[in-house]
Ligand binder design. Structure first.
Ligand SMILES: Cc1cc2nc3c(=O)[nH]c(=O)nc-3n(C[C@H](O)[C@H](O)[C@H](O)COP(=O)(O)OP(=O)(O)OC[C@H]3O[C@@H](n4cnc5c(N)ncnc54)[C@H](O)[C@@H]3O)c2cc1C
Length: 422
């Protein structure tokens, strides 16, 4: 029986395994379905990773490489090309991980604790239902990124991108650098869903127009994309008649959202937060199932891998404590999304497990300036997060001190976007 099995060998899985090993747990196994460790970072060859963790601008493979080296130095075993199919819990609380690969065939691996780090996947054309045929030339931005950066295939020459999430913005620059003509990026919302630095470095620096409050209403072409109709939308996101422009192109890239990959979690009975679409977790990333932990993009979609590594290290620490029987399970606080807040992670907090504070990660619902995020217990304001601007694309990291929580004992932590006080 393994002490800990980690499902997914991306940055979250690697950081969790490294931390668990540092906490003194030896018998760990990482299972990764891909042909190498590193997860989505292997295809992100641009720089901008690791500013918080390593105080350096690394490329995705370099950042992943640092964690792979740590895992190798600690001699943490792993199996590649291994697909986890299912997770089961026995009555005595043993976990059984059902997995398969070419070498070992089908395996039912037993573990005391499991860490879920399966990342997320992209929303596809089917999910957003654009009218027209289904010609070649429609890709999710991440698939195009993998084709170009890892497999060596150029996906098109005349490109329109729908969605201004980070992957869409990064692919606008990448396709331009590879010689394609990116005609525009259309975004249905009145603001971009990407990091500001990506708008500047990936669109503005290359004069690629960003059409806010616009969406694609038709894909022309039967065998290959020939053009797309781009239409302005109103405040209810409905297309405005008479505003359609037909833009000739041979490729449409979709960057229309990421969905945490939780089929295995759901099958095992893990409680899913309907706002994040990921498991509800505690301060040490434990799900509602004792001994089952989750971290990284499988919990909520992160924009910075540094936060993924931080969160996953907590999962590693939590799993190690669980294996040693040192994890406190009594929940003292739950977190609540007040006005203006889209989601908050963690959803529950056991104060005794905290070192000196808890990091609450959250996303706001709309762009605002002249606002703060306040945290309340009952009617009492216990902490305030300030920023020049809050945007849904940038996850807010709000630290609450353990000593403050100890003062109140238990209750609800409610986060609310409010005007700055004069
Ligand atoms: C295009 C793009 C650009 C980005 N740019 C930046 C940036 O500039 N700076 C930055 O800091 N962050 C950036 N990020 C974010 C960062 O890369 C991610 O947040 C981070 O990689 C998520 O790590 P993860 O381990 O949770 O998920 P992933 O990296 O997706 O890893 C999950 C792993 O689990 C494996 N897996 C899934 N299911 C199974 C299964 N059933 N069995 C076995 N294995 C399984 C997958 O194969 C994968 O290797 C970017 C992300 C993308 C997609």
């Amino acid at each position: 029986m393994y002490d800990i099995i980690v499902i997914g060998g991306g940055p979250a899985g690697l950081a969790a395994a490294v931390e668990a090993k540092k906490e003194g747990v030896d018998n760990i196994l990482i299972l990764e379905r891909d042909r190498e460790l590193g997860g989505i970072l292997n295809q992100c060859i641009h720089n901008g990773f690791g500013l918080h963790t390593f105080k350096e601008q690394l490329t995705g493979p370099e950042y992943a490489g640092r964690y792979i080296d740590m895992a190798m130095d600690l001699k943490i075993p792993y199996k590649l090309n291994t697909m986890v199919l299912d997770l089961e819990r026995k009555d005595d609380d043993t976990k059984i991980v059902h997995a398969i690969n070419e070498e070992d065939g089908y395996m039912a691996l037993e573990a005391k604790a499991v860490i879920l780090t399966m990342g997320c996947r992209e929303r596809t054309a089917g999910a957003i239902g654009i009218p027209g045929f289904r010609p070649a030339g429609v890709f999710t931005a991440g698939t195009a990124q993998r084709f170009i950066n890892m497999e060596g295939y150029m996906t098109g020459k005349e490109v329109v991108i729908l969605g201004s999430g980070d992957i869409g913005l990064i692919m606008a620059r990448r396709m331009t650098l590879e010689g394609a003509h990116v005609k525009c990026v259309a975004e249905i919302m009145p603001y971009s869903n990407g990091l500001t630095r990506n708008i500047v470095q990936c669109l503005n620096d290359f004069d690629i127009p960003l059409k806010l409050s616009h969406t694609i209403t038709f894909i022309h072409g039967k065998d290959r994309v020939e053009a797309v109709d781009i239409t302005q939308v109103d405040e209810h996101l409905k297309p405005i008649p008479g505003t359609t422009e037909t833009v000739p192109c041979d490729t449409l890239l979709l960057s229309v959202g990421l969905i945490p990959e939780n089929e295995i979690s759901r099958g095992a009975g893990v409680e899913i937060d309907r706002r994040t679409q990921g498991p509800s977790i505690s301060e040490l990333c434990e799900t509602n199932l004792p001994g089952v932990f989750a971290a990284g993009n499988v919990v909520h979609v992160h924009d910075l891998v540094d936060f993924v590594s931080q969160e996953a290290a907590l999962a590693g620490k939590g799993a190690a404590r669980y294996v040693k029987g040192h994890l406190e399970e009594d929940i003292n606080f739950t977190t609540v999304n007040g006005d203006g807040i889209g989601n908050v992670v963690p959803e529950k907090i056991t104060v005794a497990n905290l070192d000196d504070s808890v990091n609450c990660y959250m996303r706001v619902r709309a762009v605002s300036t002249d606002t703060v995020i306040n945290c309340y217990i009952g009617d009492e304001k216990i902490a305030t997060k300030k920023a020049q601007k809050f945007v849904p694309a940038e996850m807010v990291n709000f630290k609450i001190k353990k000593s403050v929580l100890e003062k109140y004992g238990d209750g609800e932590l409610k986060f609310v976007v409010e005007p700055k006080e004069a």
